[in-house]
Design a protein around this ligand. Structure first.
Ligand code: ATP
Length: 312
């Protein structure tokens, strides 16, 4: 991709947001996805309660928010993996509520999934083939049975091979997905989503568990999606990544959208700071955070012990 093309796409994305108010639900010049009054309750808990939101075509938009804000649940509603209690949303002007996940994916809106245990036991190529179904995977193992592919098989394999080359996973094609490094898994998650040739790619924590050495390469791949004309919406906790690649940031807290704006202004928005601080003060640590703290403490103790050893 020549540099001037790269600059053009990025510039076009930024221009689209110029002059917009930094308010939740603000209208975009060319929305690829629009959602209204989407509600999802789990018993007494309202996990999602989004009044109105629009995603600008051709941009990279980050969806951030403290743990439990409802980001994943909202992703699941939009992509047909879970049923909303209320609300409507449309993709490219077409109503999508009630449409099952594989049809949503085939219509051009696809979300990535972190590799599950079951998918780890399949090869990289098998994962790619499942991606062509526009599915999460577990219920679609029959798609792997030889013969069930018929005429599509060649075409699907060819597309998978091309994508694996692009994501530098072609040498791993016959390896089990479970044997890949954290960064390679993220690449596979992205590559398999592209099997349906989507217009809107929704990435679920694309940087989680990635070795810092691979960060730039992964960021490059995400930016590349926009350079190829796709729209990207991603959920991420890594604020460096959010700052680095997003054209626009949408913030959720307690199920609702509480702020929108360009990355720099969003990071200093008092509503956003309050939401994060509130979450950290009020909520007990999640299992993941607790584990993280324990790992850090262990690593610090080990380092101290090693220093003492060296000093003897
Ligand atoms: N299947 C479920 N059953 C009951 N409660 C659920 C279910 N899925 C999500 N929740 C609850 O809904 C709320 C929103 O969760 P969700 O996972 O969407 O948040 P999130 O913003 O994606 O969080 P994180 O950043 O930690 O992944 C949380 O309180 C969560 O416990």
């Amino acid at each position: 991709m020549p540099d001037n093309q790269t600059t053009t796409r990025k510039a076009a994305a930024l221009a689209a947001f110029q002059g917009l108010e930094h308010e939740p639900g603000v209208a975009k010049p060319d929305a690829i996805l629009t959602a209204d009054n989407v509600v999802r309750r789990f018993g007494g808990l309202t996990a999602v309660d989004v009044g109105h939101v629009e995603i600008q075509r051709g941009s990279i938009t980050a969806l951030i928010g403290p743990n439990g804000a409802g980001k994943t649940t909202f992703f699941n509603q939009l992509t047909g993996f879970d049923t909303a209690d209320a609300g409507s949303w449309s993709f490219n002007g077409k109503a999508m509520n009630g449409v099952p996940a594989h049809k949503v994916a085939r219509s051009g809106m696809v979300r990535t999934f972190q590799l599950t245990k079951a998918l780890s036991k399949l090869t990289v190529m098998e994962n790619m083939r499942l991606g062509a179904q526009g599915q999460k995977g577990e219920n679609f193992f029959r798609a792997l049975i030889p013969g069930s592919w018929r005429g599509q098989e060649d075409e699907i394999t060819k597309r998978a091979e091309e994508l694996l080359v692009r994501f530098k996973l072609d040498a791993k094609s016959e390896d089990f997905a479970g044997s890949l490094s954290g960064g390679q898994r993220k690449l596979l998650e992205m590559a398999r989503a592209l099997m349906v040739n989507p217009e809107l790619v929704m990435l679920d924590e694309p940087m989680a568990g990635v070795n810092p050495a691979l960060t730039q390469s992964l960021l490059g791949h995400v930016k590349d999606l926009r350079e190829q004309g796709m729209t990207v919406l991603f959920v991420e906790h890594d604020m460096d990544m959010v700052r680095d690649i997003s054209d626009w940031v949408i913030v959720m807290a307690q199920g609702a959208i509480i702020a929108e704006g360009p990355p720099d202004s969003i990071m200093s928005d008092h509503r956003v700071i309050d939401a994060y601080l509130g979450a950290h003060h009020d909520a007990p640590l999640s299992e993941e955070e607790l584990q993280q703290q324990l790992h850090e403490a262990e690593a610090a103790l080990e380092a101290e012990a090693a220093e003492e050893e060296a000093a003897k």
